[in-house]
Design a protein around this ligand. Structure first.
Ligand SMILES: *[C@@H]1O[C@H](CO)[C@@H](O)[C@H](O)[C@H]1NC(C)=O
Ligand SMILES: *[C@@H]1O[C@H](CO)[C@@H](O)[C@H](O)[C@H]1NC(C)=O
Ligand SMILES: *[C@@H]1O[C@H](CO)[C@@H](O)[C@H](O)[C@H]1NC(C)=O
Length: 494
């Protein structure tokens, strides 16, 4: 567990040693405001680079607005500003140009600017965290110059910030003077330490822009600390795979990284789940035909029961660039599962299996396979985690990496996972009650499936009308129930 220890130490060093210092921060802030009032020339700490593909980035000087024109800024087009987070090595991370390229290539006529604040980001975490207000102010200053000299409406601005960059974007919104708000802020796994539990004015919050969305990908706690912020900070907060950890970033890979790259490998592994937020967003720009849909839910365990796949009243939304901008008072927490790599999209299905008259308590292991009009699924093993007794409807979530089309039939196979029990029942049937005693039975009534992506509901009944008994290790085919004729038109939700 040494890796975990190092990880904890890394996080704790900055946390414990300097946590208290944030208190003094406001004072510094007030000082800076006084400086602004005294009309001394604004001293900028960030470097703003206009991104253009295949060329060196052109540096914008908010104090010399002609640099905007010479850098190719077009004031009729929207502006996206990408802001990075804390830097361990002082280098611009590779996702930054990757995201800029994806945005530039896939959105027509857009200005893409990169905020480079590496000089302040490459310090101890608490110092870098303190600098977020300063950098936020720099961005607000740039936007105010654009407003003043180009009549550029800030509602055409979209700030995208990763980790500490998410809070920087929030501060940019709160430092902006005037009644007009920034159009949109996207927080990509907003940083947790020193921000979690703070008041809305001290972190990214829904007040910072007309519309705020956030993707939380690394909120797993280590000794009470998580790299990404756990609380909702936006109008829509997405928690892919529960938000705490991401597929493909598991401990096995962490060990590999550390043995291969040493302490820098550790950095890579922390990044894996944290930076997943960035790649999910890039995916939404690159793979327009594979947009991931997320569903409003109270928590991960309710989501895994499949009970949240509902799209009425804006309960679902699209993750990433093409999110539906529906504003509401409260933050909405949305959940989805993803693949471990791009394209990340998965299709979500809720299963409800009705068990009837179960006389003996059991936790059966089932294998399901589905056949639709387009494709067939592989075998999907299901471990039932509740005791089945009497009449019981068991619900769970299944995710598939492709669209099967309209579901036509499903195959259900029951395996007794408990070998000892299996033997015991055989013994019972042979020695105690003789050959007339049958094997344990599982009776399945109706199986209903709801597809999250199409919002379609389908009910399945057993094919042979033999009372729908299922015996041990037996295959059973379920077809659409008679009253559940396939509908020709699919209801589409947008
Ligand atoms: C600015 O972009 C618009 C398209 O949104 C285009 O019509 C116009 O020519 C551009 N202006 C310059 C100076 O490139
Ligand atoms: C379930 O058991 C009850 C008696 O407890 C019986 O009346 C009923 O027919 C049974 N139903 C099924 C579907 O086997
Ligand atoms: C289960 O439901 C059936 C009807 O489907 C009913 O006849 C039976 O009494 C119920 N059994 C229990 C244990 O509630």
């Amino acid at each position: 567990m040494s890796v975990v220890k190092i990880l904890c130490c890394l996080l704790l060093t900055f946390h414990l040693s300097e946590e208290k210092k944030i208190k003094g921060h406001r004072a510094v802030d007030a000082e800076q405001r006084v400086v602004l009032k005294e009309k001394k020339p604004y001293v900028i700490s960030s470097v703003f680079k206009m991104f253009s593909e295949g060329e060196d980035n052109c540096i914008l000087d908010p104090l010399q607005l002609h640099t905007l024109t010479s850098c190719g800024f077009n004031s009729s087009n929207p502006l996206i500003i990408i802001t990075h987070g804390w830097s361990v090595d002082g280098m611009m991370e590779s996702w930054v140009p990757r995201m800029a390229t994806a945005l530039k290539a896939n959105l027509i006529d857009v200005n893409v600017v990169i905020t480079d604040w590496l000089s302040l980001a490459h310090q101890h975490y608490p110092k870098a965290a303190h600098a977020t207000r300063t950098i936020g102010k720099d961005i607000a200053h740039l936007l105010q110059s654009l407003q003043a000299h180009y009549q550029y409406p800030v509602k055409k601005v979209h700030l995208i910030g990763y980790s500490l960059g998410a809070h920087i974007s929030g501060f940019a919104g709160s430092y902006l003077e005037g009644s007009e708000k920034i159009g949109r802020i996207t927080g990509l796994d907003p940083a947790g330490p020193l921000f979690e539990g703070m008041s809305p004015t001290d972190r990214l919050s829904p007040d910072d822009a007309e519309f705020v969305d956030a993707i939380h990908t690394f909120t797993q706690e280590r000794l009470g600390l998580s790299v990404g912020i756990k609380q909702a900070v936006a109008h829509y907060d997405f928690y892919p795979n529960g938000g705490d950890f991401q597929p493909g970033c598991d401990l096995h890979n962490i060990y590999e990284h550390v043995t291969q790259y040493g302490i820098l490998g550790l950095d890579q592994t922390v990044k894996c789940a944290h930076e997943r937020s960035v790649h999910l967003f890039i995916d939404s720009v690159l793979n327009k035909d594979k947009q991931s849909r997320a569903y409003r839910c109270t928590d991960k365990s309710a989501f895994n029961k499949g009970v949240c796949l509902d799209c009425r009243k804006n309960r679902c939304n699209t993750l990433g660039y093409d999110i539906k901008r529906v504003r509401s008072g409260n933050s909405k927490r949305l959940y989805l599962n993803t693949r471990p790599r791009m394209p990340y999209k998965l299709f979500h299905y809720q299963f409800r299996i009705q068990f009837v008259n179960q006389t003996e308590e059991m936790e059966p292991t089932l294998t399901i396979s589905l056949t639709g009009t387009k494709e067939e699924s592989e075998d999907l093993p299901i471990t039932i985690t509740e005791k089945i007794l009497g009449n019981k409807t068991y619900t769970f979530l299944i995710t598939l990496d492709r669209d099967l089309g309209d579901l036509m039939f499903l195959n259900l196979q029951w395996e007794r996972s408990d070998v000892w029990k299996n033997v015991w029942y055989k013994m019972q049937s042979i020695f105690v009650w003789g050959s007339q005693q049958s094997n344990p039975q599982l009776t399945v009534g109706r199986i209903s499936i709801k597809a999250g992506e199409t919002q379609e509901r389908t009910s399945f009944c057993a094919m042979n009308d033999d009372g729908q008994h299922m015996e041990e290790l037996a295959d059973k085919v379920f077809v659409r129930c008679k009253e559940d004729k396939p509908r020709h038109r699919r209801r589409k939700q947008h």
